[in-house]
Each structure stands twice: as structure tokens, then as C-alpha cells.
Write a protein that binds this ligand. Sequence first.
Ligand SMILES: *Cc1c(COP(=O)(O)O)cnc(C)c1O
Ligand code: SF4
Length: 354
Amino acid sequence: MVTNSPVSRHRPEPAVLSWQQQQAAAVTDVGTLLQRLGLQAEQLDAGGLAALQAATAGFALRVPDSFIARMRPGDPADPLLRQVLSMPAETLAQAGFSSDPLAEAAARRAPGLLQKYQGRALLVTTAACAVHCRYCFRRDYDYAADSSAEDAGRWDTALAVLAADASVHEVILSGGDPLSLGNARLEGLLQRLEQLPHLRRLRIHTRSPIVLPARVDSGLQQLLAARRLPLTVVVHANHPAEIDADVANALRALRDTGASVLNQSVLLAGINDNVAALQGLSEALHAAGTLPYYLFLLDRVTGTGHFEVSVARARELINTLNTRLPGFLVPRLVQELPGHPGKTAVDLQVWPGD
Ligand SMILES: *Cc1c(COP(=O)(O)O)cnc(C)c1O
Ligand code: SF4
């Protein structure tokens, strides 16, 4: 065997990118995204690329390659594409839609600390997300008001408020996406929370395992497995095509840490407002060790009106799911209404013939 000939020398395999590299390499440009999928801007809007690009003005486009890889090339109606592609409809003002429809500003107890419900407080840990979802209810959230930026002391006030309030039993890490933080910072925060004797549970709300499954790395698995308090991880997927083999493995890895793994979705027009999508999503999640939790009606944030599904249609979908799936695979259809002491159920059980 010729070992030293330059011709026969083995080329190194392309390195698998870390999640940080994948996150940094996310597509942020409409033209690049469409090019990857072999689409012309005119297939999406008569205004072409300029119109799609203009819609990113208030909220940038951001989508990692691993999510693009799950979209169907050449399909302008792809349900994953539609979740991330900026559309001119976002720039239309609509009655009933506002920048803070959930009155989060009024629920702010400290920078980055929201509390609306008894016993549960929500920590806005970071503004960053691996993906930008066009329907996001915090697309207009004033993250800048929450922090002295990314400095080490950013959670001090929130933690002091939590330490002084024994009525809080659960802290939910939210954002943004708390898994945008590195493992060391995340572990440091969880350790500080676990020092509070009145906390009984921890929760992490994250879309990262779905859009960037490489985020569930061995360091994350170790730190989640090492928790003193019971941990629930609530992921966020809306359509069964989001659950490919890598995502299923990431979800199983999360569950194998001992965490309870649940999913919440938003009911979105043109994306998952049909029985097949919702049934397929519950089944794909279950096969990966994840149970459905909530199916949210859209929060009425400015620029998201074209995603709204009527309450009547939402009930019809849930009623049909109830006839096709075991109860534990039917998410609870809820709405978040400002001033209410918990999520508001909008299910209405109706059987044909009743
Ligand atoms: C949704 C939400 C929670 C969590 O509600 P659960 O019903 O416990 O899942 C907690 N705090 C705030 C501010 C929320 O918006
Ligand atoms: S991941 Fe969550 S917080 Fe981030 S843009 Fe999507 S819906 Fe909003």
C-alpha cells in the first residue's frame, strides 16, 4: 500500500459542526433561503424578493440549515418554510392585534422575571433563539429593558425577588430560547435556582431541540441529568415534518436524562390547521418519548393575523382528534388571555348527533 503518495492521501471527513457553529451559520437572508429550496420569490408573493425582504424590517429572518433540510424543495406552501419566511402580510395593521396582547409588561416583577400565575414564575433568560418564528408572541418583546445586556449579574435582581418569595414553587426558563445559552451558563443558573429551598420543580421552554437537535449535546444531557429538582422540558413543534430522525434522537436523549418531555404548539393557518398534521405530530412526538401539552390559539401580536385560525375551526379539529387518538395524545386547546389566572381552555366537546 502506498502510504505517502499525495494522490492517495485520505481527505479528512468534513467535520460535524457543533451547535454553536450551526447556530452562527443560520440563514438570515430571504434570497439564500429561497435559493436553497429552488424557489422564486414570485411564487410566494407578487411583490417578489423586495416585498419579502421588506417584511424582515421589524423581525429578522433566521433559520438554521438543519431546519431547512426538512423543507420540501420547490414547495412554496411547505409548512416549515411558512413558519420562518417573512411575508408582506406581516406589515399590515390589523384591528385587535397589538405589540403586547398578553400584557406581559404588567406582569414584570423584575428585569426578566414575569409572573402571572400562582406558584409559577417565568424567567426571560435571553433574547436569542435558534430560529425566528414569524408568529412569535414575543416578536415585539422589549428584551433590552430586561438586562444590563449579557453581563454576569443579569439575573441577580430576578433571583433576589424569587429568593424572597416562598410562594413560587416552579421557575420556567423561557426567552427567547434558554438553550441559546451555553451549558456552563445554563448550569450556573440552574444551580442558583436549586439553592432556593421553596422551589419544587424546574421547567425549560425551548424550541432548540426541534430546530437545532445538535443542541442536545452530551454536556447538556449531563447537566440535565444532574438536577436536584424534577425537571420538565417543554419543546415546541407545530408539524410532523419537524420531527426527523435527528430530532427524535434528541427528544429521546432529553427523556433519558430523567426529564419529563412535553410539546406545545401554536395552531397556525396554512401550517397545521388540519387533522392529518395534528394527528401526525402527536404520533411522531409520542414515538420519540414526548407527550403533547398545549395547542395554543394564536396570540394576537401585530403582524401575525394571517396565521389566525377561528375558535370554531380549532374546536372542530380538537373534537376530531379526540375521536382518533388516545386522550394522552390530544393536546389541550388553550388560549392565553391577559388578566386570567391561568391558560384558558377553549375545548368544547361535541359529539355528532348530540
Ligand atoms: C404560560 C405561562 C406560564 C406557564 O403556564 P402553565 O399552565 O403552568 O404551563 C407561566 N407564566 C407565564 C407568564 C406564562 O405565560
Ligand atoms: S423559538 Fe419561541 S421565542 Fe423564539 S422566535 Fe420561535 S416562538 Fe418566538
